[in-house]
Design a protein around this ligand. Structure first.
Ligand SMILES: [Zn+2]
Length: 335
C-alpha cells in the first residue's frame, strides 16, 4: 500500500467509528471501532448566567416535580379550561410540572443567593427530580461556602428548605440569612399558627419553624423598598403569602424584575392572570399584585426572572388578549 491508500483507509475507519458512536450501538464490522458510547444516566447540569449591568446572575435550577393535576390546582378554573391551557403550551393534560429556579447574584462586593429550592433532603425522596440547587451551583463554579448572604422571598418549603443540608446543617455555612420582615412576623406569630391548626397551611407553619429552628432562628429581617444589598431592592408583592417579596435587580441602566412567586407556571397564570393557584393564600390580592407587576414589566419592557418559569426562567412579559404572554430570553454564549 502506498501512503495515499493508507491515509484513505485510516479516514474510512475513523468515519465508521463516528457513525457507530452516534448510532448508539450500530456495529459496523465489529471490534472497538463499532463500540457504543454508554448512554448518559441523567440530565446535564442546569446552570445559566447573564449580566445586569455589572451584576452577574447565575440561575442554578433545583429541578422540577411532575404530578397528577389536583382538582383544586386552580381555584377558579374548570378542568377542561386548564387542560386546554396545558395543550396550548404542548404540556400533557391532567398533569402538572412545577420547576424551581433559585439564583445567585454576584454584586461585585457580595455573593447573594435568592431562595434555595427544596433542599438536598428532597433529592433522594424525589429520585433526583428536585434538590439539585447546590449541585448545579457547584457545576457552575460557585461554592456554597462562599455565599455571603441568602435572601428569602417567602417561607414556602420550595424556597427555604434548601437552607439546610440533607442532615439538617447549614447549607450556606458562612451566609447571613435575610428574610422579609412581614413574612417573619406572620409565620412566627403563635396566634396565627393556632388559627391555622388543622387547615391547609398548618404544615407551612411547622416547616418554617423546623427550618429556621435548625438555624437557631438566626435571621436578619429586612424591610421593603430599601436596597438590602447593593443593587438588590426588595418590593412587597403580597397575596401568595402575606409577606411575599419580589426583587428589583439594578445596575446602571439595566434592571430585572425577579418576581419570585407572583405567578406559578406561565403557561397557566401568565396567560390567565385571573386564575388563582391553590398556593396563593389570598387569591384576590395575589391577582392584583400579578396584574400590577406584569403591567409594569410589559410597559417598561423589563426582563422578568421567575422562580417557577421553565429554566433558565428568564423572559419578557407582554400583553396578549385578556392576559399576557412570556417571551423567553435567547441563550447567549457570552456574558
Ligand atoms: Zn414557590
Amino acid at each position: 500500500m502506498d501512503e495515499r491508500m493508507t491515509e484513505m483507509s485510516r479516514r474510512t475507519v475513523l468515519a465508521a467509528a463516528a457513525i457507530g458512536a452516534a448510532g448508539g450501538g450500530v456495529s459496523l464490522g465489529g471490534g472497538p471501532a463499532g463500540a457504543a458510547a454508554p448512554p448518559a444516566s441523567g440530565q446535564a447540569p442546569g446552570v445559566y448566567r447573564y449580566k445586569i449591568g455589572s451584576l452577574e446572575v447565575t440561575v442554578a435550577t433545583d429541578g422540577a416535580r411532575t404530578f397528577p393535576m389536583p382538582d383544586n390546582f386552580v381555584a377558579n378554573a374548570k378542568k377542561d379550561e386548564i387542560d386546554a391551557a396545558l395543550r396550548a403550551a404542548y404540556m400533557e393534560p391532567g398533569k402538572m410540572t412545577i420547576v424551581f429556579n433559585p439564583v445567585v447574584v454576584n454584586t461585585g462586593g457580595k455573593l447573594v443567593a435568592i431562595d434555595t429550592g427544596n433542599g438536598a433532603a428532597a433529592f433522594e425522596q424525589s429520585k433526583g427530580a428536585v434538590g439539585q440547587f447546590q449541585t448545579n451551583l457547584k457545576a457552575g463554579g460557585i461554592d456554597p461556602a462562599t455565599v455571603d448572604a441568602v435572601l428569602i422571598s417567602h417561607f414556602h418549603g420550595d424556597h427555604i428548605n434548601g437552607l439546610l443540608t440533607a442532615d439538617g446543617k447549614k447549607a450556606f455555612p458562612n451566609a447571613e440569612i435575610l428574610v422579609p420582615q412581614a413574612e417573619w412576623a406572620f409565620w412566627s406569630d403563635d396566634g396565627n399558627m393556632s388559627k391555622a391548626a388543622g387547615g391547609p397551611i398548618e404544615g407551612n407553619f411547622k416547616n418554617a419553624r423546623r427550618v429556621f429552628g435548625a438555624l437557631g432562628n438566626k435571621v436578619t429581617p429586612y424591610a421593603h423598598d430599601k436596597e438590602v444589598v447593593a443593587g438588590i431592592t426588595p418590593i412587597a408583592t403580597p397575596g401568595h403569602t402575606p409577606g411575599h417579596t419580589s426583587f428589583i435587580l439594578a445596575s446602571g441602566n439595566a434592571k430585572v424584575l425577579l418576581q419570585s412567586d407572583v405567578t406559578n407556571h406561565p403557561a397557566l397564570f401568565v396567560r390567565n392572570p385571573g386564575w388563582h393557584a391553590m398556593f396563593d393564600m389570598d387569591g384576590d390580592q395575589a391577582e392584583k399584585t400579578r396584574r400590577r407587576m406584569f403591567d409594569m414589566a410589559s410597559a417598561e419592557k423589563l426582563q422578568v426572572q421567575g422562580f417557577h418559569f421553565p429554566f433558565p426562567a428568564a423572559g419578557y412579559v407582554e400583553k396578549d388578549g385578556t392576559g399576557y404572554r412570556l417571551v423567553p430570553v435567547a441563550w447567549s454564549p457570552t456574558l
